[in-house]
Ligand binder design. Structure first.
Ligand code: DGJ
Length: 745
């Protein structure tokens, strides 16, 4: 890994074993982009990669000199209005009304390691040898605004982390109207664009389309990253697939409003922009003030989408997620939400806990309804004190009883919200986001606390710390169940109201940080009506997230498959729930529900006391299986093998780091009459290792890694068709887990 600057050619070349990233200082002092892709020879003049030729209709930077048009050179951090007509990376409104800016190279620094971003989640290093950071310092001579562009190149993987920092060193206030984290001009547009989109209960389904001239974009204006779109984007060559070909990934480490956009211009170059959504963003910078954008991460590989995902999994699992739980196997939990909803008593909870404990479950999570007057979703949010009618001994009393049974105890909060029917609202009606004199839109009967105000965040911290302080709660589920409306803060002046959305998210990060620091061993799981904030920003504070409110195993195949393009298995909350399922009414076998959830953090979310003793015995076997294999399932190398979005079966697998063991999840969505004799090509095994393959107790045989990867594992039940046996093997929604263990020859 190295960052090389050629003074004579004015070229920066960042490279490691996988990638090169090359930039140049343009004749006008702005920065030009030359190359991002597979590693090419360093210490060479690559300025020929910029085409500087006269073109009809172009505008030019210098008088009587028709070569440098910003429209036609690829830029590092594009500006609009001075010969570039594409959407820019930055827009600064100045006192005289002008929005032109012109950031010119001033100096640069290269340092080992990676600096932290104050108040923001970001990737990090544990040793300086893991990365190098280039800081390019640019300045706009008219406004005096200094722009620092950070580029961190990691030693391992084709990863570049980027962000921008603005500081007003001029004499007049300016307004930052757009400040993207990343601008990436690519020399052509022969890419398929893949976004990860959906809605509540069907989050992060991959959607593919070919890039065309014009703009394609996804984003959020809901105040959270959203169910609708994820701050993650893939551009892949049309011929690339899971195992080969050029693929680029762009991910934003942020949980608020975002924009991911690709603009293909008239000469087929592509500009990717990723960052805070400029819509409703307006950050005032007084002289001396500064602004740091969130971090964006770009990954390049020429080995297909599995390799891209594995690069993100390693980075986000080990160098974005932090703390005590980062590398630890996650406890198997039972959550009472789908078991009881709001209808519970302490006695009912304890009965559930008792059965759960006998079944091998390690953590009991008490969900919504334990506090204030929270008997339904119409009251109580904001009053984070146990309801004595429901829990006579309070949280500590219940936690002690659960601990006595032999389980840890976890608790649900929704820290950012308030019901009007709550003591908190009655005391502080001005603490919600709302515009004076206008109606307040409601979501789930609740309102959003103004987390841009430090005193609001502090008050919520105090209530939470009072509960967590006794040390009885070892897990917190942090929920967020509505989008933001009437985004206006009573604490900010008129010309700073465009800062509220971002300040809100900074408040969320601040509260998380305070809680992480005060309670370092508490395992946090983020949640926002399921997956509305399943993003890298929250992974920094909560190493796992509730992937979706949809717990149906077949829907979960799609959701977890889509989520896996960016996020590691260790981050995906996944539970076995009741059948018929509460979201889609589908009945699926208990084994399939567990076989899907085990490629996640794994837990249960149903009334175990309604199961037959036979089913409870199955649950006991499932928890024993999970304990035996979760290190491979959660921390192995994950491969997508067969998409649930195409065809009637799906498959994925995890391989241990030393390739000695692997687990393959195979799922039949709908059965096919008289199906072909099917094989599943596995991946990531050592071709020369001999593995025994078994499914439960059934030994399939011994096979070499190469056989399993190149010829494939036979997944057909019978030679000439599948035999239907009730909900047994051969039915719709069937599934199997194959266990591969290396044996000596
Ligand atoms: C939405 C979450 O996604 C559910 O799991 C549950 O916690 C409910 N909120 C509780 O209100």
């Amino acid at each position: 890994m190295s960052i090389f600057y050629s003074e004579s050619d004015r070229i920066f070349h960042l490279f490691n074993e996988q990638i090169s990233y090359i930039m140049t200082i343009l004749p006008n002092g702005q920065l030009g982009q030359l190359y991002f892709g597979k590693k090419i020879h360093p210490q060479k003049d690559y300025s020929y990669l910029l085409e500087m030729v006269p073109r009809s209709m172009a505008s030019y930077v210098f008088e009587n000199e028709r070569t440098l048009s910003l429209e036609h050179v690829r830029q590092e951090y594009g500006v609009y209005g001075s010969s570039d007509y594409r959407f820019p990376a930055v827009e600064i409104l100045q006192k005289n009304g002008s929005r032109i800016s012109d950031f010119r190279y001033k100096t640069h620094h290269i340092a080992a390691g990676k600096p932290a971003l104050a108040g923001l989640p970001a990737t990090y290093t544990e040793a300086d040898s893991e990365a190098q950071t280039l800081t390019l310092v640019l300045e706009d001579p008219v406004t005096g605004v200094e722009l620092k562009l950070y580029y961190t190149l990691f030693a391992q993987g084709g990863i570049l982390a980027r962000s921008a920092h603005f500081s007003n060193q001029g004499t007049e206030a300016v307004h930052l109207l757009k400040a993207m984290s990343l601008c990436m001009d690519l020399p052509d547009c022969d890419y398929d664009w893949i976004q990860f989109s959906g809605a509540w209960a069907r989050e992060r389904h991959p959607r593919v389309r070919h890039l065309e001239q014009g703009i394609q974009s996804v984003g959020s204006m809901r105040g959270h990253s959203s169910h609708e779109h994820n701050p993650f984007l893939i551009l892949k060559r049309p011929a690339a697939d899971e195992f080969q070909g050029e693929v680029l990934g762009f991910s934003l480490i942020y949980s608020g409003n975002f924009l991911a956009q690709a603009e293909v211009d008239t000469h087929s170059t592509t500009r990717v922009l990723l960052g805070i959504n400029p819509e409703w963003f307006d950050w005032k910078l007084e002289p001396g003030e500064s602004f740091q954008t969130p971090e964006a991460v770009m990954v390049y590989t020429n080995q297909g989408m599995n390799d891209l995902s594995q690069t993100f999994h390693r980075l986000y699992g080990r160098r974005l997620a932090r703390g005590y739980w980062r590398d630890r196997e996650r406890p198997i939990l039972i959550n009472n939400w789908e078991a009881t909803y709001f209808d519970f008593t302490e006695e009912k909870i304890l009965r559930l806990a008792e059965t759960a404990c006998k079944a091998g479950i390690e953590l009991f999570v008490l969900d919504d309804g334990w506090f204030g007057k929270r008997l339904s979703d119409r009251a109580g949010l904001g009053d984070w004190r146990a309801n004595p009618d429901r829990l006579p001994g309070g949280i500590d009393g219940l936690a002690e009883k659960i601990e006595k049974l032999g389980m840890k105890f976890g608790l649900w909060f929704e820290p950012e919200m308030v019901n009007k029917d709550s003591d908190l609202y009655r005391e502080h009606p001005d603490w919600i986001l709302s515009v004076p004199g206008r109606p307040q839109s409601q979501g789930r009967y609740q309102y959003v606390l103004d987390f841009s105000r430090p005193e609001v965040v502090d008050a919520v911290y105090q209530m939470m710390a009072d509960i967590l302080g006794s040390g009885k709660v070892s897990y917190v589920k942090w929920d967020m169940n509505r989008s933001i409306t009437e985004c206006w803060s009573a604490a900010l002046p008129a010309d700073r109201q465009g800062e509220v959305f971002h300040r809100y998210i900074l408040g969320v990060y601040h509260l998380y940080e305070q809680l992480n620091t005060a309670f370092p061993q508490v395992l946090f799981e983020s949640c926002a009506s399921g997956g509305a904030r399943f993003d890298p920003g929250l992974l920094y504070y909560a190493p796992q997230g509730w992937t979706s409110d949809d717990t149906d195993a077949i829907e979960r195949l799609k959701i977890q498959y889509g989520t896996s393009y960016c996020y590691p298995v260790s981050s995906m909350g996944a539970h076995v729930s009741a059948s018929p399922n509460h979201q889609v009414g589908r009945s699926t076998p208990l084994r399939t529900r567990a076989n899907v959830a085990c490629f996640g953090t794994f837990g249960y979310e149903l009334d175990l006391n309604r199961l037959t003793s036979e089913e409870l015995e199955t649950v006991r076997r499932q928890t024993a299986f999970m304990k035996a294999w979760r290190s491979v399932l959660q921390f192995g190398t994950f491969y997508r093998l067969k998409s649930p979005f195409a065809g009637s079966t799906a498959a994925w697998m995890s391989v241990s780091q030393n390739q000695q063991t692997a687990l393959v999840g195979w799922y039949r969505i709908l059965n096919t009459p008289n199906p072909p004799y099917s094989r599943l090509k596995l991946a990531g095994l050592n071709p020369d290792f001999l593995y025994t393959v078994r499914e439960g107790e059934r030994i399939l045989g011994k096979f070499y890694g190469d056989e399993l990867m190149y010829a494939g594992l036979i997944t057909t039940n019978g030679g000439s068709g599948e035999v239907l046996e009730g909900d047994g093997p051969g039915c719709d929604f069937d599934s199997r887990i194959y266990i591969l263990e290396r044996v000596q020859e």
